[in-house]
Design a protein around this ligand. Structure first.
Ligand code: FES
Length: 109
């Protein structure tokens, strides 16, 4: 007797395996899974360091409601990686402090 039968929560397609980078290091994950999940599967637990004390932060709520998983993704800071889907070739960086937005001409905001 099956205790768990077909159910929509248990039936989801996994995306294709894709490459991305973390701080310049090559990593692999599955397209469409949260970036943070792919990092966790690669053994990465620290996603950013706090602005004042430089303390490490990683997964906390995992539903997009805090700021623990902020990272710089393709040059954009403060991306909630626990709810942002992974895509092929993404450039993910550990965020230091509040992060800085690159401006045209090489300046940062
Ligand atoms: S872990 Fe809380 S927003 Fe991502």
């Amino acid at each position: 007797m099956d205790l768990i039968g077909p159910h929509p929560v248990l039936e989801f397609a996994r995306g294709e395996k894709v490459s991305f980078s973390l701080d310049g290091r090559a990593m692999e994950g599955f397209e469409g899974e949260p970036i943070a999940a792919a990092l966790h599967a690669n053994g990465v637990k620290v996603y950013r360091h706090t602005p004042l004390m430089g303390r490490p932060r990683g997964f906390f709520c995992a539903i997009g409601k805090c700021s623990s998983c902020f990272m710089v993704v393709d040059g954009v800071p403060n991306v909630r990686t626990c709810v942002t889907p992974l895509a092929k070739g993404m450039r993910v960086e550990t965020q230091e402090g509040r992060g800085h937005i690159p401006l045209p001409g090489g300046e940062v905001a």
